[in-house]
Design a protein around this ligand. Structure first.
Ligand code: ATP
Length: 809
């Protein structure tokens, strides 16, 4: 099918150290590019590939064509389907079926299907390198020549700050490079005219999360997963032998990985470059802290050391030295585990599939909108939103941190990190210590009750642990209510001990026990229990039931003074259906559980024949899990309650699947995933849709179903959920303390409370906001048990766009 010529020829490369999520970037850039009418290329081996280019005389062009004549709306898609050699890059042989070789070819045209299945692969399939030659002007001249030769003048670079600096240098020099090439007669005047402007966009691929002006770098969440998995494993052996472990993690100039791992794994001590121990003898401080932990019966010790950890005089702190100190001063049997490259490897986690996809799409938009006047952009994340920031501003701020560290200006280094970094560090101190003297005087101390409500979800226990630890630090009494409001009525109430929550960070489900009973089961009796146990505050961790309970208790304040205390709801639910907040505890864990299942299902689906798997997820009337899961798993269709399922759309879905399978390379089995939220339709059930696909698929494809059910609730909580739990739990305590001060004194004992003291903690973008219960009601769709607006809903279109459904139907 003839096309009218590409809108833009764009190439994508990965550079510097590899990181999980780079393949998702390439996939998104290629597919978004094709969708926008561009011709798409990849550059192998980073900038080195640009410098080397393609050996003269080597033919570039279509290597494969679709096997079946299929009508699609977007001829560009058909032109680009299975165009390049992507599949061959994947298996690393470098040999094409036609006998041609990739050796000597670094700039390769790729099509839609070349990047199929790339999202679940770790590292970078197009290769990465550190290129000395590109650092020279001569090297960049060769790179410019190779690009112009292929007609490419738009580039997406995914790498660390070095790679992005290189990108900016390349773009600023481009006019000069083009003029030189023209003067040298290497390119024609027309080529020089046509390619006078280089469009360039940077995406940050780095496991260190060391780039300023973005919340998360691509690959950092997966590295954190690898670290936490390792520490969880170490914990059991450490505890068995009563050992200490010094765990060294990557991060030469940035302690983000070590910090987040320490918070998420419940480590005892932390050494990072940005925050060297203040004490002259940090060894004394470390041993004192660990000794106190051991004194109360703790059997394991974990010290996390970032690769670049140093003391305040910039003297490096080595893991072996930490081990020596622990052995000599405390007599602890101590081992060192250096995690090394394990941290880079493995399957990308959900965030490292979703965020690179969003950023890759935005990168193509930024390229298309680029003019000689606009700066080079870096695509970053701010909350759930992708954002463009001037590339060099981000690089300069990042380099300023390194400079501040060099100058021992640790305060400045910290101030240049994002506020979440500082909060997490404070959270680590607040939850890891066991001080002899509590911070607050007796009159300021509270009795803080903690309860889990509704279905269990990852992070509930981590949040509880953080509250308990903070309470010990301040002098409050942390009170456990087991089994929700029913347990309270049965007096299943006890005071927490510091050690009793020690290993709760990695525990899934609910250690306190939870159920869906609301306080209106007997509000008067509940109030009596509040009084009997002298609660000064209640923190409910749970989903929509916790939210409903909060509104009931707040309403009950009119009649029952016992409820006139700070009442807090910390959202924790895999459905993510609490109004206003964008993230509930547990939804990241559950997304990862969904992904793991989908990856395994997909593998099984294509092992024997073409097969479509209809995967049913939980989520109630809220399509968050299905939508974001579909985006992360690369599902071809997603059914949500918000959109519902109509007969016409089912007909289109069948049409789409038939056409899609008709386009596949013959003889190769393809597994495809369809995700259906459990409540998308009462009539078109998972079973019915599966049967329909099977019937309609005929000899082309088969269909099976899988219901993931409660598997999505359980499992070990993800590090992101754990860290978020700690951060939000401590904010809950700050809120409770603030509102406790407004409580009556012994002189006026009648309890009064402001309506704002019954509130939900919500995550909105990059900020955390308190929303009073009375205001939350306006945002709730009570009948369907969810918020009125779901920020994720627009992603359904992105899911479809990434599989070309709009063009193929
Ligand atoms: P990581 O964070 O994993 O180290 P990085 O992108 O910072 O990744 P670098 O080795 O610093 O890794 O840079 C990668 C490549 O980018 C270099 O090998 C070089 O080719 C190019 N590059 C870096 N800085 C420049 C520069 N100032 N000018 C031109 N090219 C550069």
């Amino acid at each position: 099918m003839a096309s009218t010529g590409p809108r833009m020829k764009l190439a994508v490369l990965t550079s510097g150290g590899d990181s999980a999520g780079m393949n998702a970037v390439v996939r998104a850039v290629v597919r978004a590019g094709i969708n926008q009418g561009c011709e798409t290329w990849v550059v192998r081996e980073g900038y080195e590939g640009l410098v080397r280019g393609n050996i003269e005389g080597f033919q570039t062009g279509p290597s494969r064509q679709p096997h079946t004549e299929v009508k699609v709306k977007n001829p560009n898609l058909l032109d680009n389907l299975g165009f390049g050699d992507g599949e061959l890059l994947k298996d690393g042989t470098g040999d094409l079926p036609s006998g041609r070789t990739l050796k000597g070819r670094y700039i390769v045209r790729v099509g839609w299907d070349d990047v199929r299945g790339w999202m679940g692969e770790g590292g970078t399939l197009i290769g990465t390198a550190r290129s000395k030659t590109f650092r020279t002007e001569e090297g960049r001249l060769a790179a410019a020549f190779n690009m112009v030769k292929e007609g490419i003048d738009a580039l997406v670079v995914c790498g660390g700050d070095g790679s992005l600096t290189g990108a900016d240098v390349f773009r600023s020099e481009w006019p000069k490079l083009i003029a030189t090439l023209k003067d040298q007669g290497k390119i024609s005047a027309e080529q020089a005219e046509e390619h006078g402007h280089l469009r360039i966009v940077g995406l940050v691929g780095s496991i260190d999360n060391d780039m300023s002006l973005t919340d998360l770098t691509i690959g950092a969440p997966t590295a954190l997963h690898r670290i936490c998995e390792s520490i969880d494993n170490i914990n059991s052996t450490a505890s068995s032998h009563s050992r200490a472990f010094v765990v060294e993690v990557m991060g030469r100039h940035c302690g983000w990985l070590a910090l987040m791992a320490a918070v998420s794994s419940g480590a005892d001590y932390l050494l990072i470059p940005e925050s060297p121990p203040e004490e002259d003898s940090w060894e004394d401080a470390m041993c004192g802290k660990i000794h106190r932990h051991r004194d109360v019966g703790k059997r394991k010790t974990i010290v996390l050391v970032a690769e670049g950890a140093c003391d305040k005089n910039l003297k490096p702190i080595r893991s072996d030295y930490v081990k020596e100190v622990l052995e000599q001063r405390l007599g602890l049997d101590t081992r060192v585990t250096t995690l090394g490259h394990v941290q880079r490897g493995g399957k990308p986690c959900a965030l490292d599939r979703i965020l690179p996809t969003l950023q890759g799409v935005e990168a193509v938009n930024a390229l298309l909108e680029s003019t000689p006047e606009t700066p080079s952009y870096m695509i970053g994340m701010c909350g759930n939103k992708v954002k463009r920031v001037p590339l060099m501003e981000a690089v300069a701020t990042t380099q300023a941190v390194a400079q501040a560290l060099k100058e021992k200006d640790f305060k400045r280094a910290m101030s240049l990190r994002d506020p979440e970094f500082v909060e997490c560090l404070e959270a680590f101190f607040a939850t890891s210590g066991l001080d002899r003297t509590p911070y607050l005087s007796p009159p300021q101390r509270m009795r803080v009750a903690i309860m889990h409500t509704g279905a269990p979800s990852g992070g509930m226990n981590a949040a509880t642990r953080a509250i308990v630890r903070y309470c010990f630090r301040m002098g409050h009494t942390a009170i456990a209510i087991q089994n929700g409001f029913l347990g309270l009525l049965d007096d299943s109430v006890y005071d927490f001990a510091w050690l009793s929550v020690d290993n709760w960070m990695a525990k899934g489900g609910s250690e306190l026990g939870t159920n869906r009973t609301l306080p209106d089961i007997d509000l008067g009796a509940i109030a009596a229990k509040f009084q009997q146990h002298s609660f000064d505050a209640l923190i409910m961790i749970g989903g929509f039931e916790a939210f409903t309970s909060l509104t009931i208790l707040e309403e009950g304040r009119k009649h029952y003074p016992a409820f006139r205390i700070p009442l807090v709801h910390l959202p924790a639910t895999i459905s993510n259906n609490v109004p206003v907040t964008q993230h509930s505890l547990g939804c990241d864990t559950s997304l990862n559980a969904l992904l793991e299942a989908c990856d395994a299902i997909k593998q099984s689906a294509q092992a024997s024949r073409n097969r479509v798997f209809v995967v049913e997820t939980q989520g109630g009337k809220c399509g968050y899990l299905a939508t974001m899961g579909a985006l992360a798993a690369g599902a071809v269709i997603v059914y949500t309650p918000e959109r519902g399922i109509k007969l016409d759309s089912l007909r289109d879905d069948v049409k789409y699947l038939k056409r899609r399978y008709a386009m596949d390379v013959k003889g190769r089995n393809e597994g495809r995933i369809v995700i259906r939220n459990e409540m998308s339709s009462h009539v078109y059930t998972t079973e019915m849709i599966t049967k329909m696909f099977k019937e309609e698929g005929g000899t082309q494809f088969d269909s099976r179903s899988a219901s993931l059910g409660h598997t999505l609730q359980g499992g070990i909580p993800s590090p992101i959920d754990r860290a978020r739990a700690v951060r939000l739990a401590l904010k809950c305590m700050a809120f409770v303390e603030e509102h406790h001060q407004l409580q009556p004194t012994s002189q006026s004992p009648v309890k009064q409370s402001v309506p704002e003291s019954a509130a939900v903690i919500t995550v909105q973008g990059s900020t955390v906001k308190w929303v009073p219960a009375y205001e939350m009601i306006h945002h709730a769709d009570v009948k369907n048990r969810k918020g009125k607006h779901g920020w994720w809903e627009e992603n359904v279109e992105l899911v479809e766009m990434m599989v070309a459904r709009p063009q193929i139907v």
